[in-house]
Ligand binder design. Structure first.
Ligand code: ADP
Length: 362
């Protein structure tokens, strides 16, 4: 998968009774867009600050290019940082802000001029070089902050919710642009966000962080389609997480009962007959009414409500055992609210979840 640029090995950090990083290990490869994703308070910023050297771990090691950086101060780690608060120099114009790091390093003026022009073109701000930064919009200011951080060509750029204060439309545009800029420059990004959609849009790989633990680390498609634990499944919007009874466990196969129907899943074992397991099925994989007929598995549920969401329509369902399900489709299904409806899905869309002792509290 390429060369490891950053390695965290068994990092632990507590603040009183709070564990912000719990024996956390992960590897970021050169050129990757790597995202730390998790709810607020899960430890993402602390992990970033530990990488930057702004916070000291109690135990564990941070390696950059294979070297333990415990004794290396933040300014010698060769990292760039971009935060939600852009922290631009208000007394300097756009060009001077971008040029700052180059000037500090004594780069000749003609080289600075061409580099600044190149960076402003990269972030889409050509023509604004002489503008006062205080009159720029939030999105423009964030672009200046990004150009300033990239100016000195750091091998690793740390970004902590950099789009957090932008409004929805600008944020979405910037997501695509950021990814583009990351590819073009080949800079390794470690990006912190609590927004699953943002993480899925931009990242090469995502580490899902919960209470300082990395619960799953993989490419976006795998996290989205094959969540490992209840927490990961519940964190990605649109997953139904259901409880099921194990009716039989034999030779790598698990027969489980969901809403009165028994289905067989491949399983590596560990779940004895009589125990309860959790499974995830994404809302867009459920079919209702006549469209359920050609699916391998069929249940009966009561349609409780229909919620129009613009592009999609959510059908809120309740099974006989009281468990709730959401089926999403592009249009409202014909069934009446309050009626019993067949719900169909295919076995390949059922994901058996591992126990997650740190299941989400909210
Ligand atoms: P996230 O970035 O995922 O929102 P943080 O890393 O900021 O999470 O925080 C993780 C936990 O550590 C939170 O409970 C937070 O309150 C706590 N924490 C972070 N920094 C400090 C600090 N300097 N002093 C005390 N508690 C802190």
């Amino acid at each position: 998968m390429g060369e490891a640029l950053l390695q965290l090995e068994g990092i632990t950090k507590r603040f009183g009774a709070t564990v912000a990083a719990d024996r956390l290990s992960l590897t970021v490869f050169r050129g990757e867009f790597f995202t730390l994703l998790g709810p607020s308070g899960s430890g993402k910023s602390t992990i970033l600050r530990i990488i930057a050297g702004l916070e000291r771990p109690e135990s564990g090691r941070v390696l950059i290019e294979g070297k333990d950086v415990a004794q290396v101060p933040p300014w010698r780690r060769g990292l760039g940082m971009v935060f939600q608060q852009y922290a631009l120099f208000p007394n300097m114009n756009v060009a001077r802000n971008v040029a700052y790091g180059l000037r500090v390093r004594g780069v000749p003026e003609d080289r600075i001029r061409s580099r600044v022009a190149q960076l402003l073109a990269l972030v889409g701000l050509s023509g604004l070089a002489e503008k006062d930064v205080t009159v720029l919009s939030g999105g423009e200011q964030q672009r200046v902050a990004l150009a300033r951080a990239l100016a000195v060509e750091p091998p690793l750029l740390l970004l902590d919710e950099p789009l957090g204060s932008l409004d929805e439309k600008i944020r979405r545009e910037m997501q695509v642009e950021l990814k583009h800029i990351q590819r073009q420059t080949g800079t390794t990004f470690v990006y912190v966000t609590h927004d699953q959609e943002e993480a899925l849009t931009m990242s090469d790989r995502i580490a899902v962080i919960h209470r300082g633990v990395c619960v799953q680390c993989d490419v976006p498609e795998v996290l989205f389609r094959r969540p490992k634990t209840r927490f990961v499944a519940s964190f990605f919007r649109g997953s139904n997480v259901l409880e099921a009874d194990v009716v039989e466990a034999v030779r790598g196969r698990l027969h489980i009962r969901i809403g009165g129907t028994v289905i067989a899943l491949e399983a590596s074992g560990g779940q004895p007959t009589g125990s309860r397991v959790s499974v995830a099925i994404r809302a867009e994989h459920l079919r209702l009414g006549p469209r359920a007929a050609d699916r391998r598995v069929r249940l009966i549920a009561t349609l409780r409500d229909v919620v129009y969401r613009g592009t999609n329509v959510d059908h809120l369902l309740e099974m006989a055992d009281g468990q709730h399900l959401i089926a999403t489709s592009t249009q409202r299904e014909a069934e009446a609210v309050g009626s019993s409806v067949p719900v169909g899905f295919d076995l390949e869309h059922v994901v058996l979840l591992e126990d997650d002792r740190s299941a989400p509290s909210a």
